[in-house]
Write a protein that binds this ligand. Sequence first.
Ligand code: PEP
Ligand code: MG
Length: 753
Amino acid sequence: MRGSLGPRLLLRRLREVMAEPIGAQARLDKIVVQIAFNMVAEVCSVYVLHADKRLELYATEGLNREAVHLTTMRLGEGIVGLIAAKAEALALPDAQSHPAYSYKPETGEEIYQSFLGVPILRGGNTLGVLVVQNRARRIYSEEEIEVLQTTAMLLAEMIAGGELVSLFPAGSEVLRQSLSLKGEIIADGVGLGHVVLHEPRVIVDKLVAENIDGEIVRLDEAIAALRESVDRLVDRGEEAGPGEHREILQTFRMIAHDRGWLRRLREAVSTGLTAEAAVERVQSDTRAKLMRQTDPYMRGRLHDLDELANRLLHQLTGQDLVASNENLPENAVLVARSMGAAALLDYDQRKLRGLVLEDGGAMSHVAVVARALGIPAVGDVTNISSLVEPGDAIIVDGVMGSVEVRPGPDVEAAYAEKARLRARRQEQYRSLRDIPAVTRDGVAIDLHMNAGLLLDLPHVVETGAVSIGLFRTELLFMVADHFPRPSEQYALYKSVMDMVSDRPVTFRTLDIGGDKVLPYMMRLDEENPALGWRALRIGLDRPALLRSQLRAMLRAGAGREVRIMFPMVAEAAEFDRARAAVDHELAFLTQHHHPLPTEIKLGAMVEVPSLLWQLDEIAERADFLSVGSNDLMQYLFAADRDNKRVSTRFDPLSAPMLRALKSIADVGQRRNIPITLCGEMGGSPLAAMALIGLGYRGLSMSPSSIGPVKAMILALDVEAMTRFLGDLLRDASGEPSLRGRLEAFAAEHQVPC
Ligand code: PEP
Ligand code: MG
């Protein structure tokens, strides 16, 4: 090596400096001297990045000492600013000819021609920049760059580990600044607590290798074990059939066998790092590079790389791969890149205050479970798992879809108040549980509950819901790791009915396809999945699948009333075919002397607009109808419910939607057939008020909505509402939304909405 005296010697010296009983500034001053000496450089400087994105010269050997704590530059300004902004090393034989060069006269650096700077990175975050400079024009070798990067890593550990902490007076602000992050709402509620990383970062406390050859052997062994475990995973995935999961595993395998990755790891070890420190170094570097990529494919690869590096670290250190219940604090907020539904269920629910995910929005499986458990959760929070440290104070706001990391005292106090208020309101709602939902003018409204997991069911009693108005069976299928066999389905449906024994359950047959994908089933590539092969369409085309579900439901409901409804009915004839499938199964069960349900009621979901013009036909065939307002809205306005750009563009409280809803309520009265509504809008007190005004007398909603909707009902005068809404809909004003008018009505009549 031309310049450096050897990385191992340098790392040893730095360790010695760290052990000396001296102040932090003196320590840093000694560190830069050691680095300059070892790298045979005239200059070595450390710049630290502040929370306000300013870089400050913290220590230097070679430049004017007076410039320390005086020279600053913005992120992106000058070469040092550029290195910090890009988080990439830069080696320049002639720094002054670089377009980004910015002259700082107080440093006296104009006499130095060559420049090598590397970012000081931790977990992909830039903490500062480490620089060496030489008077003579020279080209820094790959090895020298590598050595400086390793040294920078050591510095990062010192800064994060507190060994240099007194240099950062304002509570070492570099790492500890408060952050306010936005995400996607997954589950309602506000939770305050402390960060628990679902996949804890491995703490690498031994950075410097004592025996490099030994470390190379450790690295090779760990890689071999990793490859073996990934191969095993791929083989197991292969058995399960094609799917997204398998693609991820294939990517893992590709990376695990990637020569470049292995080479970089080995190089890092040969600079004097332990195997685990090398993995962290290489990964930190890769993260920093990939995080700046805008291409989603490349960013996706970052996750794969991260996960694999993490596995390798665990392999090397023997530390646990996921957080365990034993050391879960009382008020844990789980932070994860991504998480499976089953993993969330493994945690002690009593201790969970919130969940924050980097990947995974409201439609993910873990989201479904978080909602069922009532854990406030926010998803799609960019980079969260790198921005927090275990134990950090954190607030999850599942109402606004935001996350406050290390909040200041004001923010924390405001949220604590918000959480208290919510708790008080919940208490009030609970006190309404046994009061019948009857309006001021004596109209009874049935409040039903939506469910989809066994976890949801205890809420029936807590909320006083009259029945499960919608049981989304696909959720049971989505959290399973294989397609449930008929016997398993039977047991599931039976448990559901047993758990709410005194109240009816309306099972909806599998509503898969579109956005709801079963992990173990083939994903179809459709141009327009929402308009594609889904729900009842699959059931009718694959009768064995539908019939096995129906048989399990009918068997589970022996001796009771069984209610079944079909999703995505687009024409009356489809309902006839679905009924025929039920009859077929009934005949089978009778023939085999199985006990039968006492009564069977079959319903259709009204969520495809074509049914609006077949209302009489469908009402004649079905025993009940249930409006799926989420899909009805999506199809009526041709606005994808999962596409953020358009999903809130139109208001369900608009004349077209309310008129459509009224025509459905009217057919119920005309034909004397029960009609409920089970989409999200039924759970909003304002929308529920309007629905009652349209003639709806049954609404099914998520458990947390029942209290607020009941409070609204108790204060409502239906006759006044009906008259008001009738006038509003008759008057073709062309307003895009009637929300404001309805709010004004609620305010005037003191209806809490
Ligand atoms: C709906 O579409 O309104 C509905 C209740 O069903 P899902 O949200 O499951 O599609
Ligand atoms: Mg639907």
